[in-house]
Design a protein around this ligand. Structure first.
Ligand code: PMP
Length: 411
């Protein structure tokens, strides 16, 4: 299910879809898996996987088996046991279940949470809800590359700290946090402070792009989402290992009672099928194409600057780059975005979740960038289906589009 056909043309004139961190097209493998469990084709209906996985007849058991197989696929990627996976409606819900569920369960031990200033709104809003309810949140600063320091995390631990929550890969600038080093520093500091501090990682932009052996790293909780890697929207999961959570929504006993409600079987099957198509080779392809984009743009735009990590460095995600077009710094990012849209290029100003509330990005602000940069910057993000033709189209079309905008801004 490609966005672009063989000649690079597509409905709506989309020539370069570079907004994969917002969402990805559904991969053919995921769509097929979903159709099969929806019973949309006759053999699946005969097999009966459209039934409710809680039903005890054999058709229900077939649906439960589809969910169990998907649970295993996810668990393998996260290095945890299948029983540690809780399917949810997406990562927003998974982040809330982790943060609020853990803090509610441990309210007597303490109500202090450590996070970072560059977090996705779903993490920041869960922390804000906690603070409103009498909890305390320390939001740590990051370096100009968008990195958290393990020492700073350790120094923030107090006897009443119960949780540390941050994203493995930042969704706006693509910085890759040193999760394993932070886990070690956190554990040591918690022992010294006499606290038990759970580590929650928002792994949405990491899964399928960089290694995610969360259990081996000592991560307790991790949120992931299907639609960032070729799966459907509206399905995600929380890895929860050996921590007690109080679920915000009470109900049935599905997902160990942590996420009641009939499982989204097609979504879950599509999630696993999409995940199975993402591997290290695909990530390397994305990284090479990302560098082709940055290097290509640099030739025509020598003043081009990168916000966040050096795109070629290890601590830069393979699929996200945030670029500052200083030549048109006085032009708001939304205007830049629509000028590129007119060229058939889809990208993003900030994160998709806050794109309709055009405030300067809190992530770019936390990197310490000057005011003009907060406006004139765009995020380009690649997916497994991004092609060299799309990148070359963007490299050819972006400089003249910006030049036209620059001339208009001077008038
Ligand atoms: N965390 C990060 C880092 C994200 O990029 C996103 C999606 N923009 C989310 C959480 C929320 O995921 P979902 O859309 O599945 O709720």
């Amino acid at each position: 299910m490609r966005v672009l056909d063989a000649t690079g043309t597509a409905p709506g004139g989309l020539r370069a879809y570079l907004d994969n961190a917002a969402t990805t097209p559904v991969r053919a493998e995921a769509a097929r898996a979903m159709l099969a469990v929806m019973g949309a084709d006759a053999p699946a209906r005969a097999g009966g996987t459209f039934a409710n996985p809680s039903s005890v007849h054999r058709w229900g058991l077939a649906a439960a088996a589809a969910v169990a197989a998907a649970r295993e696929t996810l668990a393998t990627r996260l290095g945890c046991a299948p029983a540690d996976i809780v399917f949810t409606s997406g990562a927003t819900e998974a982040n809330h279940l982790a943060i609020l569920g853990l803090c509610r369960a441990r309210a007597r031990a303490g109500r202090h949470v450590i996070t970072a200033r560059i977090e996705h709104n779903s993490v920041l809003s869960a922390c804000a809800a906690l603070a409103e309810d009498g909890g305390e949140v320390t939001a740590l600063p990051v370096s100009a590359r968008g990195l958290l320091s393990p020492d700073a995390v350790a120094a923030a631990v107090r006897p009443d700290t119960v949780l540390c929550a941050f994203a493995h890969v930042n969704n706006e600038v693509g910085s890759v946090q040193p999760v394993a080093a932070i886990a070690v520093a956190l554990r040591r500091a918690a022992a010294a402070a006499g606290a038990r501090v759970a580590l929650h990682v928002d792994g949405v932009q990491a899964l399928g792009k960089v290694p995610t052996p969360y259990a081996a790293w000592g991560v307790d909780l991790a949120a992931v989402s299907a639609h960032k890697l070729g799966g459907p929207k509206g399905v995600g999961a929380l890895m929860a290992r050996g921590v007690r959570l109080l679920p915000p929504v009470p109900g049935g006993s599905q997902e160990g009672g942590l996420r009641p409600g009939t499982e989204n079987v097609p979504g879950i099957a599509g999630f696993a099928a999409a995940l199975a198509t993402s591997d290290a080779a695909g990530a390397e392809r994305m990284r090479a194409l990302k560098l082709r984009l940055v290097d290509g743009l640099h030739v025509a735009l020598p003043a081009l600057a990168v916000n966040g990590p050096d795109p070629a460095a290890e601590d830069a995600a393979p699929h996200i780059v945030n670029l500052a077009f200083d030549a048109v710094a006085r032009v708001p990012a939304e205007v830049l975005l629509h000028a590129l849209e007119a060229e058939g290029i889809a990208c993003s100003a900030g994160s998709a979740c806050s794109a309709r509330a055009p405030r300067p990005s809190h992530v770019l602000a936390a990197l310490g960038l000057p005011g003009a940069r907060l406006r004139g910057s765009l995020r380009f993000s690649l997916g497994l289906e991004t092609t060299a033709q799309e990148i070359d189209w963007a490299v050819a079309r972006i400089p003249p589009a910006l030049a036209a905008l620059g001339r208009a801004a001077l008038r």
